[in-house]
Every structure is written in structure tokens, then in C-alpha cells.
Design a protein. Structure first.
Length: 248
């Protein structure tokens, strides 16, 4: 059994204010190389806050986490070099062309041959016809392709994907799901957060269901079915969330 590529251990995040919000309340899970690990929960469950702590955009108030063996608090630079993060807020710079955007981030990430790497990703994501088009003029799907290329330009061992297919049409979304499957075959560890149950059923080797800042259950799809007595993931998800509310 390989060592986990990503570990979250008792993560806590509280947002201060007149009524402090405990957005993440002791979240723990781990994910392996060559695994797609799904993070599933309703809006406000704490998923994005958890992911932002894992990629060093937020500092945990308690608990610990590591990415590729690097601690997110004490070794943030090493974590950032080891992770590719794609979120709904991952944008492109409108004045840069698709190629310039990818090459710029290759340089930021210290890639040895940034132009060559940018050319590889332009071809990989079928962007050759749009290579020199400013990002502001790209379609939503092509902007997302550039954002994906930006996230993986340094070939990190861990990918953290937060709602990655939001706003994409069916064809572009299917292309993206195929890319995730390729990355798993290449041995990447992938954390995949989405509301789309069919994507989870297709991609995820294991799933954590999170609600109220806490993990309610973790397991394979079959294990979650056995635990809840429900066949469909959506039904299992609803049962776990409703039972959580009834027991709180």
C-alpha cells in the first residue's frame, strides 16, 4: 500500500465575527496516488474551505494537513510546488493570449522549458486554433482549458479540483472527465469536489460526504450503499445528511 499523497487530520477553521462561524470542524481523510477522492456535500458544508486549507490559501486554526509529504503550515512553498488547484474562481488574464497565459505560469512555477511546456499543453487541450487569441475572447470552455493547463503546468503529483465542470457544456465536460481519468492512470492523487452525482459515480474511487463542517461518512460507492441501504449515490447522500440533522 503506497503512502497517502494527501492527508487531512482534524482540520478546523473558524471565521471570526459577532457570531463566529465554525466552517470546518475536525475534518479528516487521506488520499492515495492514483486515486480520485471525492468530496461531496451541500452548499456551505465546508468543502471549499477545506480545500483552500489544503492548498495553503487558508491557515488551519487546528489540526494538520500534508500534501506530498509537506506540511501545509510549515512548508507552504513545497506544498504549492506539489499541488495543482483548479476552482470556479481560477481565472485567466484577459489581455494575455492562451499561449502567453500558460507560459507565464510555467515560468512562475519554475518549469525548466516554459515555452516547450506551454506548447505541449496547447496541443494536449486542443487549443492550437486559439493559441494566439486573447483570453478575454475565448469561449467558456476554452477559458476552462487554459485554467486547467495553468493548474497542471508544473506536472504536480496532487490535483485539487473544486467544481471544475461548472458552466461547461456537455462535450467540454466529458473531455475534462476523460482528462481526470488520464491523470489517475498516470498516478496522480486527485481531490474532486462537485455537486454532480454522475461525475462522482464515474470518477471517484472513494468518497467523503461532508456536512456542517464534519465528515459524515467515507468509503467506496458500494460501502456507502451498504451503510445507508440506498442504491443511488444521491439517495445515500440525502439519507446521511438528513440523519445528521436528526441526530444533532
Amino acid at each position: 500500500m503506497p503512502s497517502p499523497a494527501l492527508v487531512a487530520d482534524g482540520l478546523v477553521k473558524v471565521f471570526p465575527g459577532p457570531q463566529p462561524v465554525r466552517a470546518v470542524d475536525g475534518v479528516s481523510f487521506s488520499a492515495l496516488p492514483g486515486e480520485v477522492f471525492g468530496l461531496l456535500g451541500p452548499n456551505g458544508a465546508g468543502k471549499t474551505t477545506t480545500l483552500r486549507m489544503l492548498v495553503t490559501l487558508l491557515t488551519p486554526d487546528a489540526g494538520r494537513a500534508s500534501v506530498a509529504g509537506h506540511d501545509v503550515v510549515s512548508q507552504p512553498d513545497a506544498v504549492r510546488a506539489s499541488v495543482g488547484y483548479l476552482a470556479t474562481t481560477t481565472g485567466v488574464y484577459g489581455r494575455l493570449t492562451a499561449f502567453e497565459m500558460i507560459e507565464t505560469f510555467a515560468r512562475i512555477q519554475g518549469v525548466d522549458t516554459p515555452r516547450k511546456r506551454a506548447e505541449e499543453l496547447i496541443e494536449r487541450f486542443d487549443l492550437s486554433d486559439y493559441r494566439d487569441q486573447r483570453c478575454a475572447r475565448l469561449s467558456t470552455g476554452n477559458k476552462q482549458k487554459v485554467s486547467i493547463a495553468r493548474a497542471i503546468v508544473h506536472d504536480p503529483p496532487v490535483l485539487v479540483l473544486d467544481e471544475p465542470t461548472t458552466g461547461l457544456d456537455v462535450l467540454v465536460a466529458q473531455t475534462f472527465l476523460g482528462f481526470v481519468e488520464e491523470m489517475r492512470e498516470a498516478g496522480k492523487c486527485i481531490i474532486y469536489s462537485t455537486h454532480i452525482m454522475s461525475e462522482v459515480e464515474r470518477l471517484c474511487d472513494r468518497i467523503a460526504i461532508i456536512h456542517g463542517g464534519q465528515v459524515l461518512a467515507t468509503g467506496t460507492l458500494d460501502e456507502l450503499r451498504q451503510q445507508t441501504g440506498e442504491h443511488y449515490l444521491e439517495s445515500a447522500f440525502i439519507r446521511l445528511v438528513e440523519n445528521s440533522g436528526a441526530s444533532s
